[in-house]
Design a protein around this ligand. Structure first.
Ligand code: G1P
Length: 289
């Protein structure tokens, strides 16, 4: 059973400077909700209530966000509209969230390695904060379902155009079914010529604890950091590794343009202002065409 999730959140967020100079990128909101809250929600919706956030320098507001705030609560309790009060209380009670600090930014593999004591000897989920997925079945749940069947590490993947492979970890291998592939080759951010396929790692994983041994034996890779993809490549030689094409729409919020697109699409889904927002978009489209 997968009971624990790790959310790495120690990165410097350089792709979002200057917004991330003094605030964590995980707290940048899509409309009114910090991105990390969507990710925590996905874990919770997948039946996981033990979450370890790998935190770091300048990330304390993440802890405050998931904590109680008595002054705010008592103010909101006096107001007639209860919806904010209920939401603020719900956030503080979403899951059992634990924190550990990565003292030095040393790559995703190293961040995950910080979770080894908390995780112990059981499989666990990893959810990266630069991806939000809108789907009927939460993506982490989709991976858990595949894990239950195969009992090995599972990585979420999605097809990407050839010219985007160099942004992701790319997995290639032997088809097991329409959406499952037994991974035989895995490269972090390859050039289009090197890429073993166009299946990109989509920021969600179920990992067996064997990954910690693999990380220990993984030298620094791309960007002079310990890459999780390289550790998975080692793991793949010892254990079966499966990629699972996700069902749902993935929003890449790791760069400014895609973040903007995500904000627009999420706004169009919000009942309270979708109609007004759509007519505004039509208006400005006309102005610009
Ligand atoms: C990380 C992983 C990469 C994966 C990507 C998904 O890269 O290393 O394999 O495809 O997340 O968003 P990053 O975006 O942190 O550079």
């Amino acid at each position: 059973m997968v009971r624990k999730a790790i959310i790495p959140a120690a990165g410097l967020g350089t792709r979002f400077l200057p917004a991330t100079k003094a605030q964590p990128k995980e707290m940048l909101p899509i409309i009114d909700t910090p991105t990390i809250q969507y990710v925590v929600q996905e874990a919770v919706d997948s039946g996981i209530d033990d979450i370890l956030i790998i935190s770091g320098k300048g990330k304390r507001t993440i802890e405050d966000h998931f904590d109680r705030n008595y002054e705010l609560e008592s103010r909101l309790a006096q107001k007639e509209d209860e919806s904010f009060y209920n939401e603020v209380m719900r956030i503080a009670d979403m899951a059992n969230i634990h924190y550990i600090r990565q003292k030095e930014v040393n790559g995703l593999g190293d961040a995950i390695y910080h979770a080894r004591q908390h995780v112990g000897d059981e499989p666990f989920a990893v959810l990266l904060g630069d991806t939000v997925v809108s789907s009927v079945i939460p993506v982490t749940q989709q991976l858990i379902d595949t894990y239950e069947q195969y009992r090995c590490s599972i990585i979420a993947v999605e097809e990407v155009p050839k010219d985007k492979v160099s942004r992701y970890g790319i997995a290639g291998g032997k088809n097991i079914s329409e959406k499952l592939v037994e991974v035989q080759s895995l490269i972090e951010k390859p050039s289009p010529e090197q890429a073993p396929s166009n299946l990109a790692i989509a920021g969600r994983y179920i990992l067996t604890p064997e990954i910690f041994r693999a990380i220990e034996n993984t030298p620094k890779g791309k960007g002079n950091e310990v890459q999780l993809t390289d550790a998975l490549h080692l793991l793949m030689k010892r254990e079966m590794l499966i990629s699972n094409t996700i069902e749902g729409k993935r929003y890449d919020i790791g760069n400014k343009l895609d973040f903007l697109k995500t904000t627009v699409e999420f706004a169009l889904k919000r009942k309270e202002f979708s109609a007004d927002f759509l007519s505004y978009l039509k208006e400005i489209l006309q102005e610009h065409s």
